[in-house]
Design a protein around this ligand. Sequence first.
Ligand SMILES: O=C(O)C(=O)C[C@]1(C(=O)O)C=C[C@@H](O)C=C1
Length: 267
Amino acid sequence: MVSKIRLKSARNRIDKVDKEIAGLINRRAELALEVGKAKKEGEGAIYVPLREKEVLNNVMLSKSILGEEALRNIYTEIISACRNLESPTKIAFLGPWATFTHQAAMKNFGSSGYFIPAVSPREVLVEVESGRVDFGVVPVENSNEGSVNMTLDMLVDTELKICAEISLKIEQCFLVKDSKSKILRIYSHEHALAQCRNWTLRNYPGAEVIPVSSTAAAAKKVVKEDFAAAIAGEAAAKIYDLYVLHKGIQDSREISRVFCYRKILTK
Ligand SMILES: O=C(O)C(=O)C[C@]1(C(=O)O)C=C[C@@H](O)C=C1
């Protein structure tokens, strides 16, 4: 009985706090709109990575029992929504959906905005050059595999400007449709298969390992086929509604990629 009363009382206080938080977020959004209007008058860029860093650092000063990562994630989303309110942001990335480039783009921009997958790094930059999108996100380096030459070759020719670098810790996951099913085939991009080769041999020695064009393509295969698994990032599990059977299965724990995106210099 006592615990029921405590529960009810704590929930009532949560409801009250939520109202206050929602009101404060709204106040913040109104201020962001004001900043946005001032920027449009002065022709300043809506997206200011340095200012966003400053805001996040400022927030991190208030220690939270939620921990740094949780607080950062919450604030990334608040800033993302405010930025998108000032002006809707269009972001092209090397697709398809759920690639690590997509994950890096979301890590940097939050989830507000329009994310548009492109088939190659060249197409990403063409989209930015044409002004159809505001930003492009392309992979430039993978600490395990080295530089992504397709991207580096293009960076020499383009007039676009790098406006941020994004580092992402690659965490490969083993995705299945049914957690109890036997696994006969494992699909993924050749890089991801290489990153998880020892783990795969140890855990699924009899399974056929099949390279496909991307980790997202692997996830799509698993949606359609039985007895199959995909090696892909966690984002793919969310997008394709798959079950994460194992997480962090890459052989080297330190694999990370650096991404950059470039904004058009003059419009
Ligand atoms: O301070 C600004 O320039 C804003 O537009 C506000 C804000 C924010 O929400 O804090 C939003 C977008 C910018 O990239 C930087 C910060």
